[in-house]
Design a protein around this ligand. Structure first.
Ligand code: 9PG
Length: 522
């Protein structure tokens, strides 16, 4: 059906199954909705699928090419749309009007995707149908209205104050062992952290979630040592992925997600090997996951960071034929329930399907001590690999989620040694963290000078007053912070550059580039 609707000074032609209007906006239903724009939009808000996927305002004429290397697409993008070059995004899309107002179209159910094609905003449900919210107004207001509607639809887990976390990843990476962790725990005693979180490196292997030989007294002992210092113990797991050389791949191949042809579905490449995804609609898989969650709780961990969760929502042929994001959300609900009252932080997680079920969510890629990799951004169209600019760009564009969930923009660095970041870049991340309201670091106390230690303590203890002024402009305790000039996309290459890009994209499919890519991630 085609409807003609007035919003502000504009009359929109809308095609949808049903339409209702109230004072906050317009509600539509239908598997496909079309909104003809009576103006030429200047900018488009593209929202990435999972924590690490690019989220930004774009000039509408910007063509975003597909991300390379292709094998990494499952890890950074939403596969059904990997080849789409017109502006598009997951669940929510928005455009600016010539008067600098914003017209926002948001899915109110999971499985929605928005496109801007010519002068038409298109919404489509992968599930065959659902509801939509359409609103025109000031930028901040329309995002707040959308949040209010999501709250009613997907729920909000009672929002708790985000704990201040020390996490082992961004300093020690996988080079953790019992001695280093216990030592750090002792050194951190005088610091105002709520949680000491052990990240990747404690486990025997991905999918084999027992302490490795570097933790001879086991993970319960580590949790107890942390708790003795008055802090909560946190642990990292990537429960929904399984490496090709994993035990489950050999012993329970039927637990893994397959495609229509019966081949295993790739969940990307990491830890130098091919990763696969668990099929969470298989009851044996869910039993295994529930036991795993109960095990880490019994070890004494009250803060659980679950990572690489996108694997649970990849396209594939599941044992029970349900929609992929529904399969993920169902699994997350069971996981949530088996974790009891632990703080659940999710990462690499599809955004909307996680709402209401977890306490905190990573809203951007990993930070690193490098601002940006020109090679990855400019030539591989990859804005998701670890890097401070990638992390800030996507996180700052996701702060509207704050009323719904604790929004985690990743850690802050306090040590100024061994970094390629400038003070300005480090401080920008500090301010973003204050604005987002989730604070953490990985710095080892022994790496910090006296002044740096004081700065860290001051930062963790201070709770600044934040005001949102404009899209990328905030005040933090009255001081103006503007992200705008720091988060532009890298201009696409010229003709010569395009040739190099083509060659690199080809090369990116070969193993040679792997060595380079591993290097870029550092
Ligand atoms: C542990 C880490 C940390 C971190 C997570 C996640 O290859 N990659 O592009 C890539 C992206 C993210 C990533 C690791 C690799 O990090 O975000 O906080 O827990 O896993 O492995």
């Amino acid at each position: 059906m085609v409807f003609s609707v007035n919003l502000g000074k504009y009359q929109f032609e809308i095609s949808a199954d049903t339409i209702t209007k109230n004072k906050s906006g317009i509600y539509l239903s239908g598997s496909k909705v079309h909104i003809n724009l009576p103006f030429h939009p200047e900018e488009y808000y593209m929202h990435g699928w999972q924590s690490w996927s690019l989220t930004t305002w774009l000039d509408v004429d910007t063509k975003l090419e597909s991300l390379f290397p292709r094998v990494m697409r499952p890890m950074y993008t939403d596969l059904p749309y990997e080849k789409e070059t017109s502006p598009h995004g997951s669940w929510i899309g928005a455009v600016t009007t010539p008067e600098k107002q914003v017209l926002l179209l948001g899915g109110l159910d999971i499985g929605s995707h928005i496109f801007l094609k010519e002068n038409c905003l298109l919404g489509g449900y992968e599930t065959g149908g659902g509801s939509w919210f359409l609103v025109l107004g000031q930028e901040q207001d329309v995002f707040i209205e959308y949040c209010d509607n999501l709250r009613g639809k997907l729920g909000v887990k009672e929002k708790c104050i985000a704990p201040k976390v020390w996490c082992s990843w961004y300093s020690l990476f996988q080079k953790i062992d019992e001695k280093v962790i216990i030592n750090t725990v002792k050194e951190l005693e005088e610091f105002p952290f709520d949680v000491i979180q052990v990240d990747d490196g404690w486990q025997r292997k991905i999918g084999d979630w027992e302490a490795n030989s570097k933790f001879p007294h086991g993970m319960k002992y580590v949790a107890e040592s942390i708790k003795e210092t008055g802090k909560q113990a946190g642990i990292w797991l990537a429960p929904l992925i399984i490496p090709s050389s994993g035990l489950i791949t050999k012993e329970h191949p039927d637990w893994l997600l397959h495609d229509d042809k019966g081949d295993l579905v790739s969940a990307g490449i990491n830890w130098k090997e091919q990763q696969y995804a668990l099929d969470t609609t298989n009851p044996n898989v869910m039993d295994w996951l529930v036991d795993l969650m109960k095990k880490v709780r019994a070890w004494g961990y009250d803060y659980v960071k679950l990572d690489f969760l996108y694997a649970g929502a990849l396209p594939g042929k599941r044992m029970v034929d349900i929609y992929r994001e529904t399969a993920y959300r169902d699994a997350l609900l069971t996981i949530r329930n088996s974790l009891g009252d632990a703080y659940l932080a999710v990462c690499g997680a599809p955004i909307l399907p996680s709402l209401g079920l977890c306490d905190g969510i990573r809203i951007g890629p990993d930070v690193s001590k490098v601002w940006c990799s020109q090679l990855a951004s400019k030539f591989l169209n990859n804005y998701s690999i670890p890097g401070m600019q990638n992390a800030i760009r996507t996180s700052v564009n996701r702060l509207w989620l704050k009323p719904l969930i604790n929004t985690d923009p990743d850690v802050v660095y306090f040590s100024e040694a061994n970094t390629k970041l400038t003070d300005i870049e480090i401080n920008l991340q500090k301010d973003l963290t204050s604005i987002a309201g989730v604070k953490g670091t990985s710095d080892l106390p022994e790496w910090l000078t006296g002044i740096e230690k004081k700065k860290l303590i001051g930062f963790m203890e201070n709770d600044p007053i934040v005001e949102h002024i404009d899209r990328y402009e905030y005040t933090v305790d009255g001081r103006l912070v503007d992200f705008e000039d720091f988060i532009n996309l890298i201009p696409s290459p010229n003709r010569f550059g395009k040739t190099i890009q083509k060659i690199l994209n080809q090369l990116a499919e070969s193993p040679i580039i792997w060595t380079l890519f591993e290097y870029l991630k550092k």
